[in-house]
Design a protein around this ligand. Structure first.
Ligand SMILES: *[C@@H]1O[C@H](CO)[C@@H](O)[C@H](O)[C@H]1NC(C)=O
Ligand SMILES: *[C@@H]1O[C@H](CO)[C@@H](O)[C@H](O)[C@H]1NC(C)=O
Ligand SMILES: *[C@@H]1O[C@H](CO)[C@@H](O)[C@H](O)[C@H]1NC(C)=O
Length: 156
């Protein structure tokens, strides 16, 4: 009889393990899903919605004059405000360690600054160097996304 009881116990254990496994699997998808969020400059210091994203892209940088790093500004958010708010975005990775915050460079091939930067290898290299040095000052952001529209054949 003992030999019959033991297999039953093993089966029960396996069944319990499987149902526990199923519960774990159900709980996992929200964290493993890739959810890319596009964000605009704001004060993110108390933002919890960003915790629902796996990756976030802040559309905040431009090509400035002479291949410098420029900023997306508005009348109410001048450059100084943008610079003071950037850390509040990158630093959300401290609250949500799985979050990959990126800074995006936006622009179009017809923008004079973008066209000048793309027009020679030296100018492209200078801009990339400026960008790398800039992003190093935001260690909680993980990278740069380049988002240029309307590039013509000689610019790609
Ligand atoms: C490279 O950039 C400089 C500064 O913006 C600009 O004066 C120059 O015309 C650019 N080079 C080319 C080949 O357009
Ligand atoms: C962002 O908001 C927090 C409080 O919500 C405030 O303490 C902080 O000064 C703000 N930062 C900036 C740069 O406005
Ligand atoms: C591509 O666009 C740039 C900037 O608008 C312009 O200077 C250049 O002549 C264009 N090249 C071609 C092949 O259309």
């Amino acid at each position: 009889m003992k030999s019959l009881v033991r297999p039953a116990r093993v089966t029960l254990l396996v069944a319990v393990t499987l149902s526990f496994g199923a519960l774990v699997v159900q709980a996992v998808p929200p964290k493993t899903e890739s959810r890319v969020c596009f964000a605009a400059v704001a004060n993110y210091s108390q933002n919890t919605a960003i915790g629902l994203c796996s990756h976030a892209v802040l559309q905040t940088l431009r090509v400035g004059p002479s291949g410098t790093v420029g900023y997306v500004t508005t009348a109410t958010t001048p450059q100084a405000t943008v610079l003071s708010l950037l850390p509040t975005y990158c630093n959300r990775r401290l609250a949500y360690p799985y979050l990959q915050p990126y800074l995006a460079v936006v622009g179009a091939g017809t923008d004079a600054t973008v066209a000048a930067m793309l027009s020679s290898a030296t100018n492209r290299t200078n801009f990339v160097k400026a960008l790398v040095s800039f992003v190093r000052s935001y260690p909680n952001c993980v990278g740069i996304l380049i988002d240029f529209s309307g590039l013509n054949a000689s610019q790609t």
